[in-house]
Design a protein around this ligand. Structure first.
Ligand code: G6P
Length: 491
């Protein structure tokens, strides 16, 4: 799309202290980078090492860095975004860390992002705001630039209304989000939760999934994100010999794989515990199987992440000490740094099964990348029912990650699965990811944004013969008419 402005906490690249550019971590940056067209402008943070860089070009994109002071990194990023919203939205707020200074900083930084967008967006242009760091920005942008069409997409789950209502600033957050013309979520449950929270806390007029807030309508829907299928398919094809080398190095019959940011929402301990118990019980043979866990360091100065790292590392040590092999090697290969896509594809191809046991997860793009990279049709996917991806990937072995026995059963089933069944399941999953790839996701969202921004409050009419509210477009659709003619429908 021409003239699009993307606003996300991170730019697609991070600036290191010595001025080098590295790809930003996480699924959001990689998904978005693969769909932004030439001429797109991107407003975001260039990472903790960046000073005050000026706008610069990166490939076809124009990047506009937003400066965050060390205090703001602490309060807005580590504090409010990652120690309040992240755990709250994933249903895992451990302590009540509802710090008011963090909230104030969150407001200030959201306003800074909104001002940056307002300054660069072309007249009547389109802005796409991303994720939980910027939930106030849509209303702030609208206030400054009512001419813009504004979309908001949340990459993480939206919690149920009861949980969300704990937040002292719950109304401001909902109001901020309602500044958008389209609010997109990963799965229908998130939509239901958001509508219930909006109703309970700000009670806007609602027609189905369209809310009317002040002078504009807000279209709320699920848009499940995906991956660049062709890209991962090709990476998989190109990784055949590297995958073989990985297998030869491990020298075992069965290889299980996990690739995650080291985050307490990912259920890394749960899957390791399941693996450890299978070894303890002799249901897996330490000489003949390996678990490769890639745990990419993330938000390491947030307390809950330090605790998670300690727990995971202790578990790995315990399993490896107890089940050391005769030749001195160990069953859990723990990789605690980030891999590039080529290396990831080589591990995807080397594995008998990818194990995804998130306790809560907006989508989990790693699961879809694995499916796309397995053109050889020879791998199984174990997938948490609490990852959004479970709703798109018929063919995965779905598990409840809180139930260690369930994970153990799935691991055994994956390892023993006949080749023909692996292929059939992968074929179904690959067709789903190929059909709904990241390009379709972006197109669907932006097309909806183009059409729904035209529904305004004055388009709200009474349903003929009843007191119900309806939109002109809705009524017109039902009667097969042009919306402009709806006024002339006699009630
Ligand atoms: C998740 C979030 C993204 C975030 C990424 C990496 O995917 O949804 O918004 O960018 O994690 O986390 P980080 O804190 O390093 O940006």
């Amino acid at each position: 799309m021409k003239g699009l402005v993307v606003a996300a906490n991170r730019l697609p690249v991070e600036l290191s202290a010595d001025g080098r550019l590295n790809p930003s971590p996480g699924g959001l940056a990689s998904a978005l980078s693969s769909v932004t067209a030439a001429g797109t402008q991107w407003v975001g943070w260039a990472g903790p090492e960046a000073a005050r860089p000026k706008p610069f070009d990166h490939g076809d994109l124009r990047l506009h860095p937003v400066f965050l002071s060390p205090d703001e990194v602490d309060r807005y990023y580590r504090g409010f975004s990652n120690a309040v919203l992240w755990p709250l939205f994933h249903g895992r707020l451990r302590r009540v860390e509802l710090n008011r200074a963090w909230w104030n900083s969150y407001r200030v930084v959201n306003r800074r992002f909104a001002s940056a967008v307002a300054q660069i967006a072309p007249l009547g242009g389109t802005v796409w705001v991303h994720d939980y760091h910027l939930l106030l920005a849509p209303a702030m942008i609208r206030e400054k630039r009512p001419d813009l069409r504004i979309g908001l997409f949340l990459h993480i789950p939206f919690p149920n209304a009861q949980l969300f209502a704990m937040l002292p600033w719950r109304r401001e957050v909902i109001k901020g989000m309602l500044g958008a013309d389209v609010v997109g979520f990963q799965v229908p449950d998130d939509v239901t939760n958001f509508l219930a929270a909006a109703k309970r806390l700000v009670d806007p007029r609602m027609v189905g999934r369209t809310l009317f807030d002040g002078s504009h309508s807000v279209d709320v829907d699920a848009f499940p994100i995906s991956v660049d299928f062709t890209h991962w398919d090709e990476l998989g094809e190109g990784a055949a010999s590297a995958a073989l080398a990985n297998r030869q190095e491990l020298a075992v019959e069965s290889v299980l794989l996990g690739i995650d940011r080291l985050d307490y929402t990912k259920g890394i301990s749960q899957r390791l515990r399941a693996f450890g118990e299978l070894l303890d019980q002799g249901l897996l043979d330490t000489e003949q199987c390996a678990f490769v866990q890639v745990a990419v360091p993330s938000r390491s100065d947030v307390a809950a992440y330090e605790d998670e790292r300690d727990e995971v590392e202790q578990l790995v040590d315990r399993i490896n000490v107890k089940h050391r092999r005769r030749n001195g090697s160990v069953p859990v290969r723990y990789i605690d740094y980030s891999l590039d896509e080529v290396q990831m594809a080589a591990w995807f191809r080397a594995a008998d099964a990818l194990v995804v046991t998130s306790l809560a997860d907006g989508m989990n793009l790693v699961a879809k990348e694995f499916v796309a990279a397995r053109g050889d049709l020879d791998g199984a996917l174990i997938l948490s029912e609490f990852a959004g991806a479970a709703q798109d990937l018929d063919g995965a072995l779905i598990v409840n990650p809180y139930d260690i026995e369930d994970i153990k059963q799935a691991v055994l089933q994956a390892i023993q699965m006949p080749v023909a069944e692996r292929a059939a399941r992968l074929r179904t999953m690959r067709a789903a990811v190929q059909h709904n790839d990241v390009h379709r996701w972006a197109r669907t969202f932006l097309t909806r944004l183009q059409s729904s921004a035209s529904t305004r409050t004055d388009d709200l009419v009474l349903r003929p013969g009843g007191g119900d509210l309806a939109t002109r477009r809705d009524l017109a659709n039902r009667r097969g008419l042009d919306p402009k003619l709806v006024e002339t429908i006699p009630s």
